[in-house]
Design a protein around this ligand. Sequence first.
Ligand SMILES: Cc1ncc(COP(=O)(O)O)c(C=O)c1O
Length: 497
Amino acid sequence: MKSAANDQTGIAPATGDMSKEDFRRFGHELIDWISDYFEDIEELPVLSQIKPGELKAQLPAKPPSKGEPMHDILADIDRLLVPALTNWNHPSFFAYFATSTSAPGIFGELLAAAFDNKAMLWRTSPASTELEEVALDWLRQMMGLDAGYTGIIYDTASVSSMHAIAAAREGAEMRIREEGMSGRKDLPLLRVYASEQAHSSIDKGIITLGLGQRSLCKIPTDSEFRMDPRALAAAIAADKQNGFIPICVVATVGTTSTSSIDPVPALVPICEEHALWLHVDMAYAGSAAVVPEYRQLVAGCERADSVVTNPHKWLFTPFDLSVLYCRHMDLLRRAFSLVPEYLRTPEQENVRSGSDYGIQLGRRFRALKLWLVIRYFGHEGLAARIREHCRLARLFASWVEESPEWELLAPVPLGLVCFRACPKAASEGADTEATRLDALNEAIMHGVNATGQALLSHTKLNDQLTLRLSIGNIRTTERHVRRVWELLNEQLARLRP
Ligand SMILES: Cc1ncc(COP(=O)(O)O)c(C=O)c1O
């Protein structure tokens, strides 16, 4: 069939999509380009070196009035966008929680874009709806979560946790869906509890739901950054005495700063005693539960109400894909289902429709990439990769421990190491010493990051600036971990007073 497009230039015709010949040609080119990008990624800096506004200044402020040749567009990706990328797929990306995509995950994204299904109702995408159920049940089994959990996909853990808290609030039977929270004299302060190490997404969820930041009670942690169950019990008792209504406890298994693990089994009886919803934020650590030796990560979840895990963090699934496992889908549905006439279908009583369980109507076909990732690597393949990341983290931690000039600042249960340089100074007061070490470690981090060869991030623990090395990228090997250790020591030698 003759192409309607100009094959020479790839310019799209006045109507209709790109010709199939051009689609094939540029599709092949693009896959080749992506393949080269991965192959040569270590030649790129991990952190984008551009200055704020530099990319925008190179892009036309006005849209093109006529279609442009595809090869010009692809050339601009190389010329303009690549320098503006921070390369999360670089094997020496150790910042935040290091995550990466994978080939099967990319194919899943490509196919999802091709199908472009909006899985709001079962009938608008039976494939997406039913594959989601199956893929999430596979993941549940791999993590060792019990069969009482049903999964639902959202974009991010922030959104998953917000939905969990909304379901908890619905379960409190305060008619908030119908009457809201403002202007009500009959509604005392509702309280949600999370440790002081919980992720800021819990604060944001509370704000978004209109509970107000005042509703969030931050519970102190122990010396290993884990929620203190006795402090939780005391806070709940005090709140009840004040006439507040506790509704939910958010435990974190794998906190963002240190990957510390709240003692879920000890929190369960407290939640049960007060009939509180227990939500477990395993956004990061949930993936590690697929490794049989790390199964204890889900201990206590058999008596929790909801669990969030992010395959887009450590399960080699391209961003975004977060899973909320919930034991009370009826409450989630009660909080969010609203079916106007134009969405009514004959089968609605007998099928699951994703839009009944959240604020979104249309939903992407995210399950496809997860299904491809699980099928391609298999349970054992996924576990082997995560196990290796944890081994590398322990190896790096052992170098830190063995060196008199460095120290660990938190336990290393998974793939994250919290540490800092602590070379001895001549003699200084405690305050000056603390300030000196903070400044030194910040300078070391910026020094390493400026080389473009690796990327680290930081946090504060006990008021000390703490460097974080997170290993979770599918391409990271021991060579990369050894190199970042060298870079850190080079910076220390350069900056040492
Ligand atoms: C423990 C924890 N919860 C929630 C989040 C938020 O994840 P998302 O970006 O998917 O909203 C993070 C992000 O790092 C996290 O570490």
